[in-house]
Ligand binder design. Structure first.
Ligand SMILES: [Fe+2]
Length: 256
């Protein structure tokens, strides 16, 4: 398989990976303005982008996912909880759903907490093994930190959901699985992120300070110190949902 992690604005991390043999690629958490990079990186890999996925509706940056999907003729995927919320049609994902890109398989885990629609993507390469190899954790689990639970309001309830998603879903995965998060240090989507952009389930289980806390202490810790909210949060979310604010954007998603 091929795999690329792309650092972007606002400490984002995007991903392009897929099956070189069958020339199929998956793009995840594309930032607006990066569409050209994804098109040319897929071309360099000799692959067509067959799936474009956002791990959640982002509140800190403009998504380029929908624009990229339209450009390459691929489905744009979001979690199904966004049905009725967006001003555009998308391909809804449900927990347990599997997407295929040649020998690369992507399984959807619904992991609410950072946002109600957050998903993680468990990836396997059948050329290497039948077992998963890595998981894209979006803004659910970071290296050394976890996603902030307050962006959609109800932060204590969301923090409790995040605790359940982490312990009942993600940390049940094999310890050797690599994790690739949606942000690195410097993001407003979490506090205390490492500058290292990858880790493993096992290392985070042992050394991520938030993962050893019982639920009550975890909720207290996450809601005690809340990072500054992203500037223009409401406008960014509305734009990423295709609402009226998206009409006043320049082609690369920047406000005009
Ligand atoms: Fe986020």
């Amino acid at each position: 398989m091929f795999f690329q992690q792309r650092p972007g604005i606002d400490a984002t991390l995007s991903y392009l990976f897929g099956c070189a043999g069958q020339r199929k690629a998956v793009a995840v958490d594309v930032v607006a303005g990066d569409e050209d990079w994804f098109v040319s990186a897929a071309r360099d890999a000799g692959a067509d982008i067959v799936h474009v996925i956002d791990t959640h509706v982002h509140a800190d940056h403009y998504s380029g996912g929908r624009a990229l999907a339209q450009r390459v003729g691929a489905p744009y995927h979001l979690h199904e909880s966004n049905l009725g919320r967006t001003h555009f049609a998308f391909s809804p994902l449900h927990d347990g759903q599997r997407l295929e890109a040649g020998n690369v398989l992507v399984d959807v885990l619904h992991t609410p907490g950072h946002t109600p629609d957050s998903i993680c993507l468990v990836v396997r390469d059948l050329r290497r093994a039948d077992e998963p190899w890595f998981v894209l954790t979006g803004d659910t689990l970071f290296v050394g930190a976890v996603g902030r639970p307050d962006l959609a309001g109800q932060e204590r309830e969301m923090a409790a959901q995040l605790h359940a998603s982490l312990h009942e879903r993600l940390l049940k995965l094999a310890p050797e699985l690599e994790i690739y998060p949606g942000h690195q240090a410097g993001s407003v989507c979490g506090a205390g992120l490492s500058g290292k952009p990858a880790s493993t389930i096992g290392f985070e289980r042992r050394f991520n300070p938030l993962l050893s806390l019982p639920r009550g202490a975890f909720v207290d810790a996450l809601t005690a110190v809340v990072p500054a909210r992203p500037a223009e949060l409401a406008r960014i979310v509305e734009t990423n949902l295709g609402g009226p604010a998206s009409q006043s954007l320049a082609p690369h998603g920047r406000q005009v």
